[in-house]
Design a protein around this ligand. Structure first.
Ligand code: ADP
Ligand code: MG
Length: 296
């Protein structure tokens, strides 16, 4: 494309809410045939509510499970973490205990010392890394909530799993339509998520995404894109989280959600969707193809 055409396209993209770091990214976008989406914060609003708190042990009330989880998440920038802290304040009306030694494990959860004990909040895999094994009953309890579309996180205190929290996030309103638009232009949508496969399927089915990869760590998301590229498939990744940064970098074109997204995701991407208006995505593809003269 000519410099003038590129400048005009960048201007148009800006009016549709895209911050394009360099014209090359728009040129590359015209060749993309596959778009990989992150789930939480990208397809969903990323502002979930805590739907259920459950306790596994008599000596830990629901409120104690909630309190320890909120304390561990107090410094979290992850949508799930922020939601847990906000919901705790809103429903329990008490101060959140401040944790120490906050540690984030991307794609898995958080670890912090709350009230003198180590607390973990996250996926079963996070707990396994510290040799905390969930019973079949505790695993099963999560399945109920996942079937209703919730994301489930477990809470451990010291050496024991003490409970779980089910969070329900809302799908962004325009996602279904956006996916159909992409499919019309023969672009294949794929869901890449760190969440459990049943929670992922529940979301994917609602918006007609057939290809789903769940339980992805940040390196798995990146690895998937790498594998596509080895097959000469050009992939655009769209994500918001720290966990998406390696994939955003690896992708032929990376697009970050600018509103909800973390700075790390924005820095890793070529383009930022400033107001998270996901319905604008198909427009950007059309724009790049027009610019490259692939379509009129
Ligand atoms: P996604 O790919 O859908 O955006 P993430 O990779 O950010 O999801 O998270 C994947 C999973 O890791 C979550 O479903 C949750 O189980 C766990 N997790 C990640 N961050 C946190 C956190 N701050 N608190 C609790 N769990 C978390
Ligand atoms: Mg996310």
């Amino acid at each position: 494309a000519t410099p003038t055409a590129i400048m005009a396209a960048i201007g148009n993209a800006t009016r549709h809410g895209f911050l394009v770091r360099e014209g090359d990214a728009l040129e590359r976008l015209a060749a993309v045939k596959k778009v990989t989406f992150d789930k939480t914060g990208t397809l969903t609003y990323g502002t979930p509510g805590v739907y259920k708190v459950s306790s596994f042990l008599k000596e830990f009330s629901q409120e104690m499970v909630f309190e320890m989880a909120a304390g561990a998440e107090l410094r979290s920038e992850h949508p799930l973490g922020k939601a847990i802290v906000l919901s705790y304040r809103y429903t329990i009306h008490k101060e959140v205990p401040d944790g120490e030694g906050f540690q984030m494990v991307p794609g898995r959860g958080v670890i912090a010392t709350v009230k003198g004990t180590v607390v973990m909040v996250g996926s079963p895999e996070l707990l396994f890394t510290k040799d905390i094994i969930l019973t079949p009953k505790q695993m099963e309890e999560a399945e109920f909530s996942r079937k209703e579309g919730c994301t489930v996180v477990y809470v451990s205190v010291g050496e024991r799993a003490v409970g779980l929290l089910a969070l329900s996030d809302t799908l962004r309103k325009e996602v279904g339509e956006m996916i159909l638009e992409l499919k019309k232009t023969l672009i294949t949508p794929v869901l890449l998520t760190g969440d459990h496969k049943n929670a992922a399927r529940q979301i994917a089915d609602q918006v007609h995404i057939n290809e789903v990869y769940a339980d992805c760590l940040p390196e798995d998301k990146m690895g998937f894109i790498e594998a596509c590229q080895q097959k000469k498939e050009y992939v655009c990744m769209i994500g918001d989280g720290v966990n998406d940064a390696p994939a955003l970098k690896q992708a032929y074109v990376g697009i970050a959600m600018g509103g909800i997204g973390s700075d790390i995701a924005v820095e890793a991407a070529d383009i930022t969707l400033v107001n998270d208006e996901i319905k604008e995505i198909p427009h950007l593809f059309k724009l790049s193809k027009k610019m490259m003269g692939t379509i009129k």
